[in-house]
Design a protein. Structure first.
Length: 194
């Protein structure tokens, strides 16, 4: 018995078997995208499809309509081709920004992670220090002019202690992955705008 199949002109994915119409006086006509096989194709393996390539039916992995990831950056791409991924792509998502592609999986780059955590800690520390400087300056000027009240002097000392603690965060045991941020003096905590 003969089995007829057709393939998609773009992807070469096989469909079938199909029944082709019999035309009286002419017989069965094969369209340009059809072929015949003496045996029926078995079902494709899970995650694969049958394709017609170089005059033969073969199975290719089907990763279409999926996100894949660049091994050099972890950037996701939408994939829409049949067959194995090129060497620069993987189907494994990058677990985090400090991971790099190893032999067959993502590997944590501990040095890059530490460097990133130090950077983030410095940014947060500097933001907190800027907030303090705005509050310290008027108190410092009042002190230097001899016009500071006792509560202003107490506040100035508390803010200076807070500033010193901020400047010493890198001395903490868990730095930079775990930071016990000093608490600003209660009178000078800025509440978020509502």
């Amino acid at each position: 018995m003969t089995y007829y199949y057709v393939f998609d002109e773009t992807t070469r994915e096989i469909n079938g078997p199909v029944e082709l119409p019999f035309v009286p006086g002419i017989g069965t006509q094969l369209p340009g995208n059809a072929f015949e096989l003496p045996e029926m194709l078995p079902p494709a393996e899970p995650g694969h499809v049958w394709v017609w390539r170089d005059g033969a039916a073969l199975q290719l992995i089907d990763l279409r309509n999926r996100l894949v990831y660049r091994k050099d950056s972890g950037i996701p791409l939408y994939w829409n081709e049949l067959g194995p991924l090129p060497d620069y792509l993987t189907a494994i998502p990058r677990p985090g920004e400090y991971y790099v592609w190893g032999t067959d999986d993502w590997v944590l780059d501990a040095a890059a992670q530490r460097e990133g955590q130090v950077y983030e800690a410095n940014v947060e520390r500097d933001k907190r220090l800027r907030d303090v400087v705005i509050r310290v300056a008027p108190l410092q000027y009042a002190y230097e002019l001899g016009e500071a009240a006792s509560d202003q002097l107490t506040a100035l000392q508390a803010l200076k202690r807070y500033t010193v603690k901020l400047a010493q965060i890198e001395l903490q045991t868990g730095y930079p992955s775990t930071i016990d941020w000093p608490v600003a003096p209660a009178r000078f905590v800025v509440s978020p705008a509502v």
